[in-house]
Design a protein around this ligand. Sequence first.
Ligand code: PMP
Length: 405
Amino acid sequence: MHDLSPFKSDFAVFSSPDNTELCYLDSAATCLTPKVVAEAMYQYQNFAHANSHKGLYRLSAGATELVEQSRGLVAQFIGADTNELVFTQGTTEGINLVANSFVRPRLSAANNIVISCAEHHANLLPWQRLCRQSGAELRLAPLTPQGLIDVEAFAALLDDNTCFIAVCHISNVLGALNPVEQVCRLAREKSIPVLIDGAQAVSHGPVDVKKIACDFYAFSGHKLYGPVGCGVLFARADLIEVMEPDLLGGGIVEQVSLSETRFIKGPMKFEPGSHNVAAICGLVAAIDYIQAIGWPELLAYMNGLSAYLHQQLADLAFIKPLMPAAPGAWLNSFQCRGVHSHDVAGMLDGDDIAVRAGHHCAQPLHHSLGLKSSVRVSLGLYNGREDIDRLAAGLRNTYQLLAAD
Ligand code: PMP
């Protein structure tokens, strides 16, 4: 493997004079954007921008066509049907949509909702609030020592009163691929609907929502080399029809009188207001970018790089991973002995190395490990071994200068 990524030159950020030395290791927060994505957004915004689905003139019809073609392409990318794909602003909005439009009307004090204890706050807070409001119980499934959802313990939490299940495909702190097919199989045996938070998983290999057999799957474009502001919610077609939109506005109605509203059918009833067409174009360009590389090549590169990351960190005796590094995890969260996580990130920033420090929107997970924070390093296509070598040198330096022990 080369020291520099063969994909690095696809990303304009590194050619800017301010960023020639940038070592970006925070892709789990957001991926940097390849030029083709920015170009697609630029083209649309400069030369094709209009309000989609509303105007009867050529430019607006073009924007409508872009959105609807994109819906089909993005649906194909995750193995869904076109009429099952809702454009959202991101994973957070998708999960809230399901909480408010699907779960809330079906939840009573007798029910429970099961999630895992590794959830991002986006897949915890909506359920926590619904449970508090309804009197239902929120159950947290434990993890195996390897940081995966413990399927046996998970199964033991399900009962006839379980109303909903929501788990992450990959935790943004631990990085391991959860056995979501098994979770969905257990759920199906009891007819419990399942949402998968796919924010971290969608860039980690092909996702097929039909194979997973989930009812809902949410992800964000910006974790897939696309722009912020465009995400996706897959919702099973029959469920879309029984859900009422929570967010209300223009473009989602068949008929409105002053006292009543009849909503349109299909996914667009969850997309009130004006579409973010530029971001949708960017998402499609990101998917094209990934598909042009091809999953086999992308996975071979990233898995090789992640093995190198875990090895380099394992060689540093003062680095303590939160959990044993999961094979294939493209991130590693750890503590540096005797140095606060924020100080580690601050020191690395001095060498233009960008990592995340804090609880990564997963406070209960950190709490369950007896921690308040950690450092997280996460990889993207632009990273090469050189970045990991710089990280290791930066960590050594940090430890030598700051460690209290
Ligand atoms: N879930 C997970 C596992 C995530 O990593 C993130 C982003 N850090 C989210 C949900 C929320 O995604 P967004 O901020 O794009 O809505």
